[in-house]
Design a binder for this molecule. Structure first.
Ligand code: MSP
Length: 485
């Protein structure tokens, strides 16, 4: 059986989740669900990056004496939010867990034995928001361009990883594999960055009572990024990952540092790194530290989980930034999910139920019917092609187009006036509605399940889509998939 392993970044716990963090979770959830439907043995991993110095400061600010206690409290908040959003992750890793620490120690051991770790002095600029040393050229008016704060000048004794040794190998791998980093614009940027020359990376910090002690020097702890990236190796039987989904702000760590680390440890490389853009508010990244974050729990309560997930896939082309606006979310919900799909589903099943109780058989396959059947098959093929190119917004556009066609077909048949058209109107419209529901299943899992269950189609394989899979005689029980807000 083919397998599919997808990961989200693991999140810092100095704050609670925001709609910005919903973005990668939703993309991974959709990919995982799609691959499960396609019959692949799928693993979806997410979790928390807890060993950061930010955690210590946040615990202090929150007035919690024990940092571990603070971490446990925060972990509960993240887990409960993701549960509320009904994500289908197979595991939830926390970097304070022993199972993670032991993988990190083994990994460190391999790199150390390879001779790729040495002691040195680092002098440079450190951005606490990035948890990383930054280059002068990354600053805007002296501030980190992402966190809008000046980095601190640091001079420390650290251990270094010989990243520069792997520069050519990393570059060669990226150049030989055009789909390794997506989208292409990000790939070009990474290639250019590598060509400027890679420095060795400091991978330890002075010990501060938190984090994973450096196995060869207890006065130091492992730098949080070196530790965090290794989380992806946790489900051993699924490695290498098929896709690391990451924000563009952390693409370099994944496309360069992580690849160098894996080459050094002689571990297989992941198959792809998919870098997405940001949800912005008035053009600025949505984030707690910038004070413009929105609570996903609030949104889920008001609009429902599926509407949020749909919006993530529908609103922004993958890789680009796009403004998050509640108004637009409501608009998509009302005009596409309610007025188009839900309307088609409800009107065709309720009309059919009133007249026949169950799905009637088609009477004749005329020109209009043939056109609709061809459109169903074509839409399935287009959706497959588009999702494989991460063009989710286009895929959803095609599904909504099919739904519109279904509505138009039903409307044109006027089955309420022309009784002789009733069988065909119901049979084909219900089948279009069912196809829309199955094609939407990776993106709006809850409504899709409600729709398909009501037709007695339980756990359908993806391959059913594109066909007239709801058979005559199926009992009809109309349900409202979405309510207008
Ligand atoms: N802990 C590191 C990741 C380590 S992965 C081995 C980290 N954490 S984070 O909590 O700051 O961010 C996690 C992810 O959330 C990043 O990929 C980031 O791009 C993403 N997002 C945070 N705000 C976002 C938006 N406003 N929009 C889209 N994604 C955003 O970085």
């Amino acid at each position: 059986m083919e397998s599919f392993y997808v990961t989200t970044p693991i999140f810092y716990i100095n704050d609670v989740p925001s709609v910005g963090h919903v973005y990668p979770l939703t993309i991974c959830d959709g990919l995982a669900r799609l691959n499960r439907l396609r019959g692949k043995k799928t693993f979806f991993l997410t979790g928390l990056d807890e060993n950061s110095v930010k955690t210590i400061a946040a615990a202090k600010k929150a007035g919690v004496e024990s940092v571990q206690e603070y971490a446990d409290e925060m972990a509960e908040k993240w887990v409960s939010t993701w549960r509320k959003l009904e994500y289908s992750n197979d595991d939830f890793i926390r970097t304070t867990q022993e199972r993670h620490k032991s993988v990190v120690r083994d990994f460190f051991d391999k790199v150390y034995k390879k001779g790729d770790i040495y002691k040195g002095v680092y002098e440079g600029l450190y951005c606490e928001g990035c948890e990383a040393f930054v280059r002068e050229s990354d600053l805007e008016d002296g501030n980190c361009a992402l966190h809008l704060k000046p980095p601190k000048a640091l001079k420390e004794q650290n251990y270094f990883f010989k990243l520069s040794k792997y520069q050519e190998q990393i570059l060669e791998h990226i150049e030989k594999n055009p789909l390794f980093i997506q989208p292409a614009s990000r790939r070009r940027e990474i290639i250019n960055f590598i060509k400027e020359g890679l420095d060795d990376t400091s991978i330890s910090r002075p010990a501060n009572g938190w984090g994973i002690p450096l196995p060869i020097d207890e006065k130091q702890v492992i730098w949080v990024w070196f530790d965090a990236l290794i989380n992806y190796l946790q489900p051993k039987e699924f490695w290498p990952a098929d896709a690391h989904v990451v924000g563009k702000d952390i693409a370099r760590f994944h496309c360069i540092t992580w690849i160098g680390m894996l080459l050094s440890a002689a571990i297989e490389l992941p198959k792809s790194i998919l870098a997405h853009g940001f949800f912005t508010v008035n053009g600025q990244k949505m984030s707690k530290s910038l004070g413009n974050a929105i609570d996903p729990n609030y949104l889920a309560g008001k609009y429902g989980v599926d509407a949020i997930k749909y919006f993530v896939f529908r609103e922004i082309p993958f890789g680009e930034d796009g403004d998050f606006s509640e108004k637009e979310l409501k608009n998509r919900l009302n005009t596409e999910l309610v007025a188009n799909w839900s309307n088609l589903f409800y009107r065709s099943t309720s009309f059919g139920q009133k007249l026949f109780g169950k799905l009637p058989g088609p009477k004749a396959e005329g020109g209009e019917e043939k056109k609709l059947v061809a459109k169903i098959a074509l839409t399935k093929a287009q959706v497959d092609e588009l999702v494989d190119k991460n063009e989710f917004h286009h895929a959803l556009e095609k599904i909504m187009e099919l739904s519109s066609e279904g509505n138009k077909f039903f409307q044109d048949k006027k089955p309420w006036e022309l009784r002789e058209n009733a069988e065909d109107a119901v049979f084909y419209a219900v089948n279009v509605a069912a196809n829309v529901s199955l094609l939407m299943a990776p993106f709006t899992p809850s409504a899709s399940k409600t729709a398909l269950d009501s037709l007695g189609v339980v756990n359908p394989p993806w391959g059913l889509a594109g066909t007239l899979f709801v058979k005559p005689g199926t009992p009809l029980a109309p349900v409202m998939l979405f309510k207008k807000i």
